[in-house]
Design a protein around this ligand. Structure first.
Ligand code: BGC
Length: 764
């Protein structure tokens, strides 16, 4: 590829500017920028903007899917994918479209990606009048999901269960390199929505129900993506309040009071923005009756003013058009475009119509949108392209390719899969544990998720829904394959989802005849994301409950392993199980990790990042209100989840033996020093210490508990450790009646495990 004309202009402008480009490349996308560099970037962006016609500007604000550039009907591209030269010229040169996303229906090999990117950037930089390179974005949400045979990590919910932000950061760094090695610099990840309602089909894409844990993991992921060594951009999605819909279904309305938005839904985004996140994607739903894509309160007052976000705001898929066709707040598409741009979007993921830039152009020509408003967005997009080094090298894969260490990435993904696995039950009573399985145990395996790599990965794997086995790894072992490798005589009775009574009888009969020492049932869910994952009932599929009953009736001890994106309720059959493991969606290394856990090769260390409900119709997260506890008999026992937030067992138990603070009372500017003593009750052990507060009296009803800090601790055999948490007293406040952060005097309880202590906050 020839050097881009704009890059040549940069060099002509002098060595300082060129140096600045290099400095950005070295520092990564989200790194804080010294004043000199920022000035150089602004000078560059100004000079590019001055040379742009209005047509160029509206083109920059348009994002189309790769499908539009391929031979064949949209969504039915010719196989193998082939670029359609005439369409490419129309879109990239005539319409000057500035951004392309995703993959034309399924992932492809790295060298195919490079061929696409090379041709796209060649047209943009050599044939488009401005020569501005294209910003390519993709959903690489658990590794390079659309690159054939990439390293696939656990999905976010599993990462959250590992309680290991250093590992999240490391994995994001590997993903950045692998994605950038295919020529793509922009990732639509992480999801910072809260997973508070397990009915929501994107629950597994979240870091769970607690805002602080989501913020901790989200910040780590953004840093991992953006801190270099190659420039790469994260997207915080979906801003905001998306995951808490009234119906539990995707892209339906959320009714969330401003106080709850500020106290729960905003903090993860605030933290990731402070960490330098380059872009934000808008919530596809509607919030309190207003579609978020048309809401200046969300996109300006909160995002720009309150959070100080300066990066690019991209819409979600087709959401400008949906202002007309779904939300019904605009009479026609042109009106919808005006609303969305006025509300504050910078780039529209159109993604399949080519009318957007023309209609936007008309709106500006008619004076309905000012050119200065357009310039604001184009500036942000140009800055992002500059930060990503695209003007200097629109392909940008050389350094990434050299630096990507596949073995290290795969080792980190395996470590994360192992770390995520959460042992929820081990023995019908504490004296009769069944796990780990001793060498030589005769294992019998069944259940609908035993046999596919798809069940390990879930959605966004090779394809959007992740269900097409043609695009998942051919080398990763399924759960059955990995387990049978550890237990050579293992016997397998395959069974699918929706099994009939006859299938279940046959499986139970096979178990009886095999006379194994233990039956391992791989249960859970089919793959899904977004709308196709909506459900009417949170209960575990009836056929799987029947399978548990039938196999338990054989008298063989039963271990259930869930490969699932959300907790499905199974209270009626839970007592029949001898052990329960939640594996979430652990990625390609999941089979190996599960087999290792069952064989006792490591100590289970995952802890639930959500509350597992006992019943499908009554779910309250851990930070519920005191009124949520009132039972029909008026005692306080109504919150009775199947497994509580933060729960998880190890093969070696630990015990918290002490909890104290450095003083009994504190002033608002103080920091509470909390010390927790942890000891193992035997061999080496892993624990996650979680410190919860509970305000005893407050002007807004206090939650029963709120996570204030957490720490993963590894103890050697016989070990004991004192862990210190420093909690600023200000942190113990809450969003008050006036929506401001409020600290009130009074007593606050601090709890870790079964130990607690109370402190007093005193006002001067
Ligand atoms: C999803 C986003 C995703 C986008 C692009 C949308 O349907 O809501 O999370 O980034 O598609 O694939």
């Amino acid at each position: 590829m020839k050097t881009n004309r704009l890059a040549r202009r940069v060099r002509i402008q002098g060595s300082m500017l060129f140096g600045a480009v290099l400095a950005v490349v070295v520092a990564g996308c989200g790194a804080p920028r010294p004043t000199g560099e920022a000035d150089a970037r602004e000078a560059f962006v100004d000079s590019v903007l001055q040379g742009m016609a209005l047509e160029d500007k509206v083109g920059e604000m348009t994002q189309l899917t790769l499908d539009m550039l391929l031979v064949g009907e949209t969504y039915a591209s010719v196989e193998p994918h082939t670029l359609d030269t005439a369409e490419m010229r129309r879109i990239l040169v005539d319409l000057r479209v500035g951004s392309i996303l995703n993959c034309g229906g399924h992932g492809v090999e790295e060298d195919v990606w490079r061929g696409f990117i090379r041709e796209i950037q060649r047209l943009a930089t050599e044939e488009k009048p401005t020569g501005i390179p294209v910003l390519y974005g993709i959903d690489a949400v658990h590794g390079a999901t659309y690159t054939t045979d990439a390293v696939l990590t656990p999905q976010q919910l599993g990462l959250a269960a590992a309680w290991d932000t250093a590992l999240v950061r490391e994995l994001a760094g590997h993903t950045a390199l692998e994605v950038r090695a295919s020529g793509i610099p922009w990732n639509f990840s992480p999801v910072l929505d809260l997973g508070r309602d397990p009915r929501w089909p994107r629950f597994w894409e979240t870091f769970g129900e607690d805002p602080r844990a989501v913020a901790d993991n989200g910040e780590a992921m953004v840093r991992g993506y953006q801190e270099g060594p190659v420039p790469f951009a994260a997207t915080l999605k979906h801003f905001f309040g998306y995951g808490s819909t009234v119906s539990g279904k995707d892209r339906t309305q959320s009714l969330l009071p401003e106080r709850v938005l500020l106290s729960h839904h905003l903090p993860p985004f605030e933290r990731a923005i402070a960490a330098g996140a380059a872009s934000v994607m808008v919530n596809s739903g509607e919030l309190n009756g207003i579609p978020v894509h048309s809401d200046p309160w969300v996109l300006q007052d909160i995002l720009r003013v309150r959070c100080g976000f300066e990066g690019v705001v991209v819409t979600d898929w087709e959401d400008v058009k949906y202002l007309v066709t779904r939300h019904r707040v605009a009479a026609d598409y042109k009106e919808a475009i005006r609303m969305a741009v006025e509300a504050g979007i910078d780039m529209a993921m159109v993604p399949t119509d080519t009318e957007f830039p023309g209609l936007l152009l008309e709106l500006v020509r008619e004076g309905q949108i000012s050119e200065s408003r357009i310039d604001e967005s184009v500036r942000r997009i140009l800055r992002m392209k500059y930060d990503l080094g695209l003007f200097e090298d629109p392909l940008g894969w050389e350094a990434a390719e050299k630096l990507h260490n596949r073995e290290a990435a795969a080792a980190a993904a395996l470590k994360a899969a192992e770390g995520s696995l959460t042992l929820l039950k081990n023995g019908k009573d504490s004296t009769a544990t069944v796990l780990p399985l001793a060498p030589g145990t005769r294992v019998w395996v069944s259940g609908p998720t035993a046999d596919g790599v798809t069940w390990l990965n879930g959605g966004w794997t090779g394809t959007w829904q992740g269900a097409d086995t043609a695009y998942v790894s051919t080398s990763a072992p399924t759960a059955w394959e990995a387990l049978s490798a550890k237990f050579p005589g293992a016997v397998h009775a395959p069974i699918g989802f929706g099994a009939t009574a006859a299938d279940i009888d046959a499986a139970a009969g096979a178990c009886r005849r095999a006379r194994p020492d233990v039956a391992v049932l791989f249960l859970g869910e089919q793959t899904y994301t977004e709308k196709p994952g909506d459900i009417e009932d949170l209960s575990l599929e009836p056929a799987q409950q029947e399978l548990i009953r039938a196999v338990a009736a054989t008298g063989v001890p039963v271990v259930a392993v869930f490969l699932a994106g959300r907790p499905r309720t199974f209270d009626a059959v839970e007592p029949l199980l001898d052990a329960v493991v939640m594996a979430y969606l652990p990625g390609d290394a999941g089979g190996e990790a599960i087999a290792g856990l069952l064989a006792g090769e490591f100590n289970p260390r995952g802890r639930l990042p959500f509350t597992w409900p006992r019943h499908p119709s009554s779910h309250t997260p851990y930070d519920h209100k005191y009124t949520d506890r009132i039972h029909t008999d008026f005692s306080e026992k109504a919150h009775r989840p199947q497994y509580p937030y933060g729960f998880g067992l190890g093969y070696t138990a630990t015990r918290i033996v002490g909890l104290r603070t450095d003083r009994p009372s504190y002033a608002p500017e103080d920091t509470v020093r909390v010390e927790v003593d942890l000891e193992t009750l035997g061999g080496a052990a892993d624990e996650v210490l979680m410190l919860f507060s509970s305000d005893s009296v407050a002007s807004i009803t206090p939650p029963v508990a709120r996570l204030e800090a957490w720490r993963r601790v590894a103890l050697p055999a016989g070990g004991r450790e004192t862990v210190r948490f420093d909690v600023p007293v200000q942190q113990l406040g809450f969003v008050g009646r006036d929506l401001a952060w409020t600290l009130e005097p009074g007593r606050v309880g601090l709890r870790c495990g079964n130990q607690s202590v109370a402190i007093d906050i005193e006002m001067p």
